[in-house]
Design a protein around this ligand. Structure first.
Ligand SMILES: Cc1ncc(COP(=O)(O)O)c(C=O)c1O
Length: 474
């Protein structure tokens, strides 16, 4: 137990020292936790303590039992999935957020939380080059944001009747995304009651971008069969290979058929801070909603998803609910963000974004993004030149998709097996952690150069390790 502020202060300083040492020595830990399933669980007691325990004891167990089961996402040797990257300004803000312990569901429950959120979302809108008319709100994740869009489209096109009387008159909605789009869309379609059989996965071209002719054809067929095309989700940066769907062409189709257009830019949206990537936004005026995750590639702690809508009234009309106990005197004068999404309770996430944007500055953020992209391009060049490896998708940002392909191995099955083995053997060294996908049936190794503190030296060391281990896998 901690009984007073002096004791709190003593431990807080100790924890800060620990955090500093942790970051200093982070590369000494195996990046991917090496524990076996149930190892952590079995090391923990089956029942809670009857009496309070000393922080020293809890902290020792944290170090002895919990830490070995941690995968070190903040290690510069982390190249897997998309990162949940962070930064020290964000960490400091997280400390303040925890200290304040604010639950900012309504303006009145902490006016600063709401008004700072409105301000930083306006900043982000300008930083990314999104239309002035968009309104922004922070959601926990891209999954929740996409779900909000699908529900909002459902309500808009049912004239808010499904919220009222259920699906009785609306059974024919269809949602479209590419076959490379993220699984959160399928989840959202299920949760929104559309049904996953009504999610149409459009085929992709040889660069894994949505084939718009196929989209057009699928929509025409559905209309001919009396279905209502509800929503198209365009990916600006797919998970597998960061392919960018042609937004301009998709936007034209959505305009023609009056379909909600949602953009999932979860990871790659951060690149819009760079003018040289603004080509992705052609067609944005037609977009109804847009999401990207500062918690993936803008150095802000998980969770923090930036969600923008063109018509905030339809969002609020979809989600707003006002029981007696939530009524406040300011309701008609302010944004109450609990009405802009699914959960009622809201963390004070804007504070960490504010710290990050102010501490880096727009230029600082741009420099960091460009640096990471430049490392990826250099590595791409080197991997391309290696006769035993093959690049499997265009490197548009900072994700390199590749595989080991020694000339002696001809069969695709054998290549898949070899690459899977290579991935696990490398990850089991604990030196780096990277992940995979399948592109066109090919087992694909993914190296994402986006961890906050990754340098060229780290990335080249990772490549050297992969190359060395590749020679040994059989
Ligand atoms: C393109 C894309 N969309 C959505 C998601 C889901 O993100 P979140 O964890 O914020 O729900 C991801 C996760 O990697 C993603 O890559």
């Amino acid at each position: 137990m901690i009984n007073n502020l002096n004791e709190f202060k003593k431990y807080a300083y100790e924890f800060i020292d620990w955090i500093v040492d942790y970051y200093k020595n982070i590369e000494d830990f195996p990046v991917k936790s090496q524990v076996k399933p149930k190892e952590v669980f079995n090391n923990l007691p089956d029942t809670p303590p009857e009496n309070g325990e000393a922080i020293e004891k809890i902290f020792k167990d944290f170090q002895d039992i919990i830490l070995p089961g941690i995968t070190h996402w903040q290690s510069p040797n982390f190249y897997a999935y998309f990162p949940a990257n962070s930064s020290f300004p964000s960490l400091l803000a997280e400390m303040l957020i925890s200290a304040l312990g604010v639950q900012g569901m309504k303006w009145e429950t902490s006016p600063s939380a709401t008004e700072l959120e409105e301000k930083v979302m306006n900043w982000l809108k300008g930083m990314l080059g999104l239309p002035e008319s968009f309104s922004g709100v922070i959601q926990d994740t891209a999954s929740t944001s996409t779900l909000a869009s699908i529900i909002c489209a459902r309500e808009k096109f049912s004239e808010y009747n499904i919220n009222k009387e259920g699906f009785k008159n609306f059974k024919n909605f269809r949602v479209y995304c590419s076959s490379e789009a993220h699984s959160s869309i399928e989840k959202a379609v299920k949760i929104a009651g559309i049904g996953k059989e009504n999610l149409v996965k459009i085929k992709v071209d040889n660069e894994y971008k949505m084939n718009v002719d196929s989209l057009d054809e699928a929509i025409r067929t559905d209309i001919a069969n009396s279905s209502k095309p509800l929503c198209v989700i365009a990916a600006l940066g797919t998970t597998g290979s960061t392919a960018v769907d042609p937004l301009d062409k998709i936007a034209k189709i959505c305009k023609e058929y009056n379909i909600w257009l949602h953009v999932d830019a979860a990871f790659s949206g951060s690149a819009l801070l760079l003018p040289e990537y603004r080509w992705m936004l052609e067609g944005i005026e037609q977009v109804d909603s847009f999401v990207f995750n500062p918690h993936k590639w803008l150095f802000t702690h998980f969770d923090c998803s930036a969600y923008f809508v063109k018509d905030k009234e339809s969002l609020v009309r979809t989600f707003e609910i006002l029981p007696e106990y939530l009524k406040t005197l300011s309701d008609d004068k302010v944004n109450n963000y609990c009405d802009w999404g699914i959960p009622l309770g809201r963390k004070f996430r804007a504070l960490k974004l504010w710290f990050v944007i102010r501490s880096f500055g727009v230029k600082g953020l741009q420099e960091k993004l460009r640096y990471q992209i430049s490392i990826a391009k250099e590595l791409e060049y080197i991997i391309k030149a290696d006769k035993d490896f093959e690049i499997l998708a265009p490197v548009t940002f900072n994700l390199i998709c590749f595989r080991y392909k020694p000339s002696v191995v001809k069969s695709e099955d054998e290549l898949n097996r070899l690459n899977e083995k290579l991935l696990h053997t490398v990850n089991n060294t604990g030196e780096i952690y990277f992940s995979h996908t399948k592109l066109n049936g090919k087992y694909t190794l993914r190296l994402v150069i986006a961890q906050t503190n990754v340098t060229k030296v780290h990335a080249f060391k990772a490549w050297k390790l992969i190359k060395e281990i590749a020679k040994t896998v059989k």
